[in-house]
Design a protein around this ligand. Structure first.
Ligand code: FMN
Length: 312
């Protein structure tokens, strides 16, 4: 998720969930091609399985980025056709591409030929007035023809004029039945449900009709929820939050030595221990700008001591 997640966040979520399939935020294919090697495509081996999500609409560029991602060892390449941001629309990628199914299909074909990895697409139910099931199913059929291996479907449409990206994640209503209907119409296409999953019950409900679930905001806001979902779906024991925190602390120490900034890592820990005793003070301590600026890792010990006195 752009501006929220990064490799540190994914490492933390991996600690909470040994089995989740993690995604990068959307990265423009042009940026991948022009960045210094490794700047945008580096990750910790523990992050596997990991998909690189690309933004773009130029098939050749997307294919070249997919090739690079393959060399970097990603496990899947995903094309974003769901982001409603005006900036993204201006660059002719994201959700506005749902209005150009032929172009998306050519992009998928080009990526398909460039890599042996699964190539998937993330999209919405539709865009503006173009949000009928007929259009959505035609879009899916064209993607399947092009070699798309899976569809991640955010179960609401996007309104490209008048709503901010944040509003576009809440205001258009969720329409789970339309995702289920798509799956029923294309039984061989893996369909992954996305949108509004905040508890195990809704996760279980969507899983009865689709092949998987994708969780965005709730995962970022509560690593513990990710641990619970992992346990529910894979029969594991949920990893305790304190265990996640301890191992993340070890990771942060190593990363600091490698030149990472403390704040870039502590910001992802704010959702740990949510609702528990001392959670507010824990967040306050971790947000101490002066100490994070100094890369003072004892601040993390102090924060953990508040939520769990014996933890620090
Ligand atoms: C800050 C933010 C950034 C996002 N960036 C991306 C992105 O880069 N790629 C993407 O596919 N979705 C992105 N999303 C959308 C989420 O992946 C997801 O589709 C949406 O929030 C609905 O799912 P949720 O209710 O589980 O959060 C972003 C969401 C937020 C809140």
């Amino acid at each position: 998720m752009m501006a929220w997640t990064d490799r540190h966040c994914r490492y933390l979520l991996r600690l909470a969930s040994p089995n989740a399939f993690l995604f990068t935020e959307m990265i423009a294919a042009s940026a991948v091609l022009h960045a210094k090697p490794d700047r945008l495509l580096s990750y910790h081996p523990a992050e596997h399985p990991l998909a690189l999500q690309l933004g773009g609409s130029d098939p050749e560029q997307l294919a070249a980025a997919a090739r690079l991602a393959t060399q970097h060892g990603f496990d899947e390449i995903n094309l974003n056709v769901g982001c409603p941001s005006p900036r993204v629309k201006k660059a002719r990628f994201g959700a506005c591409l749902m209005l150009e199914p032929e172009l998306v299909a050519r992009a998928v074909e080009a990526m398909r030929q460039a890599t042996h990895l699964p190539v998937s697409v993330k999209c919405r139910l539709g865009v503006d007035d173009a949000d009928t099931d007929e259009l959505l199913h035609a879009f899916a059929a064209r993607l399947i023809d092009a070699g798309c291996d899976a569809l991640y479907l955010h179960a609401r449409k996007a309104l490209l004029n008048g709503l901010t990206p944040a509003q576009n994640r809440d205001i258009p209503p969720l329409q789970p039945q339309r995702v289920y209907a798509l799956k029923a119409a294309f039984p061989t296409l893996p369909v992954i449900f996305n949108g509004g999953i905040r508890d195990a019950q809704s996760a279980g409900e969507h899983l009865q009709h689709t092949d998987g679930i994708m969780v965005g905001r709730a995962a970022y806001q509560s690593p513990q929820f990710v641990a619970e979902l992992d346990a529910l779906l894979f029969g594991t024991m949920p990893v305790a939050e304190i265990e996640v925190a301890r191992q993340y602390l070890r990771y942060m120490r190593e990363e600091l030595e490698g030149g990472a900034r403390l704040h870039d890592m502590t910001r992802h820990m704010l959702g740990l221990f949510k609702g528990g005793r001392g959670a507010r003070r824990y967040r306050q301590l971790l947000s101490d700008a002066q100490r994070t600026r100094k890369n003072d890792i004892t601040l993390v010990h102090d924060a953990l001591a508040v939520v769990l006195p014996q933890a620090a």
